[in-house]
Design a protein around this ligand. Structure first.
Ligand code: PLP
Length: 394
């Protein structure tokens, strides 16, 4: 007998994928240049040339038995050393390679971490809306519960909501900044306030509460203000990172888990991470790309196009009267539907070949996600459509 739950998961419709597939169909009819598809979060900037050079160098000058072979379960030591060195330099820390577990991207980092920190179906992980829709699948897939905290209207961190959600069953709180789908970056004041509150609750409830920070967009920020480094504020931090977006290589499946060195019983937590990775079959991330990361650890993404697109859309849409949380990072805008009905707005936009994702899947159904990792020309072409649409509501 097959798992009914898994059949359901495997056949459930994904609004994002459906919109994307619709866009491909429409492109055959009206031409790809006339379909303004803002549905997918696939980087539109190619991987930096250093990545390609590193691949060629490794393949040309190294033993294939090494780069095509298994690494250790935890990951190639040179790769972990390079990551530790990079973070130590940037954030004045003293991490060792043993604080890292290399993974097949942030998705694997998250599943492993959820599995490691929860042990029963009563265990809860607090998630803040709006959120990356796969969180629900990842958490429930590990047998735990996702406890949702609604968003604030400005999409900033809803501490009041978190205070109502924390209880005896809370094992962890998950944050994602820069955020998918809002692009909002939490300030250091917000992180400090959250950390102080969690420390107080750990004492009050006599339990550990992990702060899991999902950071695939850490390097994608447009302001000069750096994204706060969570371990500076909270000891029991676990970071789930990936190079899918920052080095534009989501297909290569490469990321890591950092168990903060100050995390209580950090060696035991790392053992649980190793065990969870083993149980899930997520050991030995692709060796070739671990070697690439070792070489490219200091390479920075080119943010020029994303910033330009962000400016065009954010300024254009707010001038027209749309309510949009200011996105300081990632490549998403989260727009409030003029009458609060995002399904209806998405359908109306679709009739003009503008594809934007309604917010229900992100836990905030009044809003729409617009992924602006597209050609700038498409952002410019979409503005008159948005203007026409908002006028229909006035
Ligand atoms: N977390 C967030 C917030 C994301 O947006 C994504 C991918 O879009 C992931 C995790 C998964 O990233 P990866 O491709 O590294 O598995």
């Amino acid at each position: 007998m097959l798992s009914q739950e898994m059949i359901k998961l495997g056949t459930q419709r994904s609004v994002i994928r459906e919109l994307f597939a619709y866009g491909l169909q429409r492109a055959e009819v009206v031409g790809a240049e006339n379909v303004l598809d803002f549905s997918l979060g696939n980087p539109s900037v190619p991987a930096p040339k250093e990545v390609q050079e590193a691949i060629i160098d490794i393949v040309k000058n190294n033993d294939p038995m090494v780069y095509h072979g298994y690494s250790t379960s935890q990951g190639h030591a040179g790769c972990r050393k390079a990551i530790a060195g990079n973070l130590n330099k940037r954030f004045n820390k003293a991490y060792s390679p043993n604080d890292f577990f290399i993974t097949c991207g942030a998705a694997a980092s998250l599943c492993i971490t959820f599995r490691a920190v929860t042990a029963s179906s009563q265990d809860e992980i607090i998630v803040l809306a709006p959120y990356f829709p796969e969180y629900k699948v990842f958490i429930e897939g590990q047998g735990a519960k996702m406890k949702l905290v609604p968003s604030r209207s400005d999409m900033k961190l809803n501490l009041e909501g978190i205070k109502k959600a924390v209880n005896k069953n809370t094992k962890a709180l998950l944050i994602n900044s820069p955020n998918n789908p809002s692009g909002v970056v939490y300030s250091k004041e917000e992180i400090k306030e959250l950390s102080d509150y969690l420390m107080k609750m750990q004492e009050e409830l006599s339990q550990t509460i992990y702060l899991i920070s999902d950071e695939p967009y850490r390097e994608l920020v447009f302001s000069d203000e750096p994204v706060p480094f969570i371990p500076h504020y909270y000891d029991n931090t676990i970071i789930c990172y990936s190079w899918s977006k920052s080095l534009s290589m989501p297909g290569e499946r490469i990321g890591y888990i950092l168990v903060n060195d100050k995390c209580q019983d950090n060696e035991t937590v790392m053992a649980a991470v190793g065990g969870a990775a083993r149980a899930l079959g997520y050991v030995c991330a692709p060796t070739l790309f671990q070697l690439v990361i070792e070489k490219c650890i200091d390479v920075k993404p080119n943010l020029e196009v994303y910033k330009k697109n962000r400016d065009i859309l954010y300024e254009g849409l707010t001038k027209m009267g749309y309510k949009v949380a200011k996105p300081d990072g990632a490549f998403y805008l989260f727009i409030e539907a003029p009458n609060g009905n995002s399904e209806e707005f998405s359908e109306k936009a679709k009739a003009h070949d503008v594809l934007v994702v309604p917010g229900a899947g992100f836990g905030t159904d009044t809003h729409l996600r617009l992924s602006y990792c597209v050609d700038t020309e498409k952002c410019e072409k979409a503005l008159p459509v948005f203007e026409k649409l908002i006028k229909e509501y006035k």
